[in-house]
Design a protein around this ligand. Structure first.
Ligand SMILES: *[C@@H]1O[C@H](CO)[C@@H](O)[C@H](O)[C@H]1NC(C)=O
Ligand SMILES: *[C@@H]1O[C@H](CO)[C@@H](O)[C@H](O)[C@H]1NC(C)=O
Ligand SMILES: *[C@@H]1O[C@H](CO)[C@@H](O)[C@H](O)[C@H]1NC(C)=O
Ligand SMILES: *[C@@H]1O[C@H](CO)[C@@H](O)[C@H](O)[C@H]1NC(C)=O
Ligand SMILES: *[C@@H]1O[C@H](CO)[C@@H](O)[C@H](O)[C@H]1NC(C)=O
Ligand SMILES: *[C@@H]1O[C@H](CO)[C@@H](O)[C@H](O)[C@H]1NC(C)=O
Ligand SMILES: *[C@@H]1O[C@H](CO)[C@@H](O)[C@H](O)[C@H]1NC(C)=O
Ligand SMILES: *[C@@H]1O[C@H](CO)[C@@H](O)[C@H](O)[C@H]1NC(C)=O
Length: 827
């Protein structure tokens, strides 16, 4: 009782000059000076409280020193002026304005009196003592004991401790039974969620309930407790207050307050101890970092705040997006690693196990601003990045593309010794100058390196060449991305003939790597030490110079980890050369068809090669900006890098050669016998499914380690497709396997590849899978594969080619394994 007395005393202090009121009749009014209606206990008050430079109307704890607002009427309305009056009418509570009544509370029936209850609930009754409105049904950011959050309703955090208008987080009691936290203005989907009660699927009408002992729990529609959020069991004596609130920072907490001790609110429970968990705490392109347990937002590397002092605006970067496309001289691009997690909003996901490939893939892709890499998948992202937070525990790596200023004076971070104030201690001056010098040396050397990379290799063109170059451009005026300094858009470098001659020691025989479908290939070494492969194109493309250059720009945009990287080109008179990255491990045929070297390709490597080729082709067919049909896929066009990772080469060359024949039908058939689909070889019809056919042949070659033309049965030559089909039909699939794979192969996986290979070579192009089907069939073991039907294969006798019935058209086989440059004329 003693304590009740002190309570009342407290209440009287708080009520000050105001009348104690628990029964407010219709017609009553409040002004900002006699500002509230109190509950009987004096703890809760309904009325005006100070907000900004005016007042808001709401419910707050008046009985404690820390006036705590638990509810606000029309929380997003601007504050009202200090001459405002609140009127209790039959329709609810209104602020009279010049335009009429501005209703803050609208009752569902005629209200005759109101009461501020001791529970903190403000209630309007009709004359029959029925509730026509109550604040407990319209929660803002707080729940009080006895209050429920009904299915479909949400709590919204406040903007700040002082501003109770709607902030940036919400807690929703969903219709599916789950209690979930999201940022505001996001759909109710799990990608945005940052807290969940894990009660999804508990059905409609689940409610969040708040017991007097601090117990927060969920009841289903039958009133069964389905989840305890807090344990409850806290003291319930008179002096204890509890409230649950979704705080400004997005975390929802259960607070207690001890009146007897005149204490402050203390946290009994919280949805997360890590204040960086709420998604959206930091604006776009910034991420949350905990400093002494308090969250702080940091910009992505080399980004800067859009608005200092308001972190929700996020950050922007120091270079413009198209700088990558239109080579900006002032920056070079690198990828910086950030221990962080972000919303995954990838526009492309690649299966890659090598971090550096993932990084390189992003650097080479102008759309790519960041990649997330988890060891098996490389997910390319565009800006803006959202919901970032530092996370040291994650196995995922985020790499952000950053523009590094190339010139010292454009780098804001450089210390300028001259402009620095005189330091008192020499050691500081020494350190500052040392650091500045170091930064300058680094910048200058990176600048020089850049100059070397982009100009040194590109020994200036002779005046004649330059003139010819400019001339050809002016005449057509359609070469995109060309700059008059020997560089073109998209990293393409124009190599001078002299530098190519020097690199390949005048195309010497010992530098010749081989004869590709479109001409001989030479190894070269630039003065910078970089190794290149030079492909001298056969002089039959029939293209004009500028058409050729346009094509190359398109081709240089094809960038994928399983495609060989085109550095640039060289034009010398009639001659055209393409300059590629040099692949130390030559090509697939070099290993596959040599009994000793084949042993270096165990099954895992071969499977990775198959998958890599499939990914590269999928990119060409589906994800590249222009759809590319390779048309000459074969083992010698699959180059291998130092990790035996496959790189498809010669893609896009078919395009250069027959630019205006890219329709479904062609008169000149470019390709390699044995890899050509029947509809292509016979009728010149090609489509992406012709590449699928070639891929199927390649898969069978990789499994068997044998060339497609090396099958002799009795007196006739049977190609690999026919041979494989015979084995498959008889259930002897494993006999196709290269004997060197005996110890390393996974039989199931090998047979799976075999079956995919057979599906790819089906007679009817429409029945063959697409490359995206192929990729999923290869990588998802749970997908059951269709049964292959009799494939298309051509059995030919002794004289190769003559059996192929070619009607009308001329078949030009650019290269045949073992026989090259065969031209066959039709009847
Ligand atoms: C409040 O007022 C109404 C009518 O004005 C009356 O019927 C009711 O008994 C009063 N309630 C209390 C608790 O005084
Ligand atoms: C507040 O003041 C107004 C006008 O002065 C008066 O009508 C009203 O009854 C007062 N209310 C209280 C609770 O004293
Ligand atoms: C309150 O004061 C403002 C000026 O401060 C005035 O414009 C407004 O009309 C006043 N409202 C009422 C209801 O008197
Ligand atoms: C949920 O509550 C609403 C309103 O009381 C009711 O109409 C509906 O039938 C309830 N749903 C279930 C599945 O009980
Ligand atoms: C609620 O009770 C009804 C019948 O009593 C039962 O059919 C239903 O499954 C129960 N629902 C839940 C969510 O427990
Ligand atoms: C919640 O806690 C109460 C005790 O406070 C217990 O009886 C009940 O079984 C718990 N409910 C669940 C779903 O764990
Ligand atoms: C920050 O900016 C947001 C968006 O404009 C605004 O809603 C918010 O009130 C600002 N916060 C502060 C503390 O100024
Ligand atoms: C590079 O910087 C210089 C001066 O700092 C500026 O004039 C020029 O436009 C910039 N180049 C590009 C491509 O932005």
């Amino acid at each position: 009782m003693a304590c009740l007395a002190c309570l009342l005393a407290l209440a009287f202090v708080a009520a000050e000059a105001q009348q104690m009121q628990s029964n407010i009749s219709q017609g009553s009014s409040l002004t900002t000076t006699n500002s509230t209606w109190l509950s009987r206990s004096g703890l809760y008050a309904f009325g005006f409280y100070r907000q900004g430079d005016g007042y808001a109307v709401g419910i707050f704890l008046a009985g404690i020193p820390q006036k705590t607002v638990v509810w606000t009427a029309n929380r997003d309305d601007p504050p009202v002026s200090n001459n405002a009056t609140l009127l209790f009418t039959g329709d609810g509570l209104a602020l009279p304005t010049a335009e009429g009544q501005n209703y803050l509370v609208k009752s569902s029936g005629s209200a005759s009196y109101a009461s501020m209850l001791n529970s903190g609930n403000f209630v309007l009754y009709n004359s029959g003592r029925e509730i026509v409105w109550q604040s407990f049904d319209h929660p803002t950011d707080t729940l009080l004991p006895g209050q429920r959050l009904l299915s479909g309703n949400e709590l919204f955090s406040a903007k700040s401790e002082a501003d109770h208008s709607t902030g940036i987080f919400r807690l929703k009691m969903q219709n599916d039974g789950n209690l979930v936290q999201y940022p505001v203005d996001t759909p109710d989907t799990s990608v945005y969620a940052f807290y969940s009660s894990l009660t999804v699927g508990q059905g409609e009408n689940v409610t969040l309930n708040f017991g007097a002992d601090g117990h927060l729990y969920l009841l289903n529609r039958n009133g069964t407790n389905i989840r305890n959020i807090t344990d409850g069991g806290l003291p319930t004596d008179e002096g204890k207050l509890y409230l649950m609130r979704i705080d400004v920072g997005g975390i929802f907490r259960l607070y207690s307050h001890d009146l007897k001790k005149n204490a402050i609110w203390s946290v009994e429970w919280e949805s997360s101890k890590d204040k960086c968990v709420p998604k959206g705490l930091c604006g776009l392109n910034s991420y949350c970092v905990l400093i002494d347990l308090e969250p702080d937002c940091k910009c992505l590397p080399r980004f800067k705040s859009v608005n200092q002092g308001n972190q929700t605006f996020g950050c922007e970067r120091n270079f413009v997006a198209d700088a990558c496309i239109n080579r900006n001289e002032n920056f070079t691009y690198t990828m910086e690693e950030l221990e962080s997690t972000w919303e995954d909003d990838s526009y492309m996901s690649l299966r890659l196990s090598d971090k550096d490939d993932c990084i390189q893939g992003c650097l080479e892709d102008c759309d790519c601003e960041a990649v997330f890499f988890d060891g098996t998948n490389c997910r390319k992202q565009r800006l803006p990045l959202r919901f970032g937070r530092r996370d040291k525990g994650t196995s995922e790596r985020a790499f952000i593309k950053v523009g590094v200023p190339t010139k010292p004076d454009t780098d804001p971070r450089i210390v300028q010794p001259g402009s620095k104030k005189k330091a008192h201690k020499w050691i500081w001056i020494g350190t500052a100058i040392g650091a500045a010098l170091l930064v300058m040396v680094l910048c200058i050397s990176s600048y020089l390196l850049r100059r070397k990379l982009f100009s040194g290799e590109t020994n200036p063109m002779s005046e004649n060449e330059m003139l010819e170059w400019m001339e050809s451009d002016r005449s057509t005026g359609d070469v995109k991305g060309l700059q008059n300094d020997g560089k073109m858009g998209n990293n393409l470098t124009i190599f001078s003939y002299a530098s190519v001659v020097a690199a390949t020691t005048n195309f010497s025989e010992e530098n010749k790597l081989g004869q590709g479908g479109f001409g001989p290939v030479y190894k070269g070494k630039l003065v910078t030490g970089r190794e290149i492969a030079v492909k001298r194109l056969s002089r039959c493309s029939g293209q004009g110079t500028s058409e050729f250059k346009n094509e190359l720009i398109l081709i240089s945009e094809l960038q994928h980890t399983n495609l060989v990287h085109l550095f640039g080109f060289c034009i010398h008179g009639e001659e055209r050369m393409l300059i590629y990255a040099y692949m130390p491990n030559k090509s697939l045929d070099y290993f596959l068809f040599d009994s000793t070297r084949a042993m270096l390709l165990d099954w895992t490597k071969r499977f990775n090669i198959i998958e890599g080729i499939a990914q590269g082709l999928l990119y060409l067919h589906k994800y590249s900006r222009m759809r590319v049909i390779h048309r000459d896929l074969k083992a010698s066009n699959i180059l291998l890098d130092e990790y035996m990772k496959p790189k498809i080469s010669d893609f896009g060359l078919a395009r250069i050669f027959t630019h205006n024949e890219l329709e479904a039908n062609t008169n000149r058939i470019v390709g390699t016998y044995g890899y050509m689909s029947p509809e292509y070889a016979m009728e010149g019809i090609f489509s992406i499914k012709s590449d699928v056919y070639s891929f199927g042949v390649l898969v069978l070659e990789i499994i068997s380690g044998r060339r497609n033309s090396s099958f002799y049965i009795a007196d006739h030559v049977l190609n690999i497709v026919g041979y494989a089909w015979e084995l498959w039909k008889e259930g002897r699939g494993l006999e196709l396997m290269d004997p060197t794979l005996k110890d390393s192969c996974t039989e199931d996986q090998l047979l799976r590849c075999f079956q995919v290979g057979l599906l790819c070579v089906e007679e009817n192009a429409a029945d063959r899978p697409s490359m995206s089907d192929v990729v999923s069939m290869l990588t998802t073991e749970t997908i059951s594969l269709p049964l292959p039907t009799r494939p298309a294969f051509i059995t030919i006798r002794n004289v190769i080619v003559s059996d192929i019935s070619i009607s009308r058209r001329e078949l030009q086989i650019i290269s045949v394994n073992g026989l090259s440059n065969t031209t066959v004329a039709g009847r």
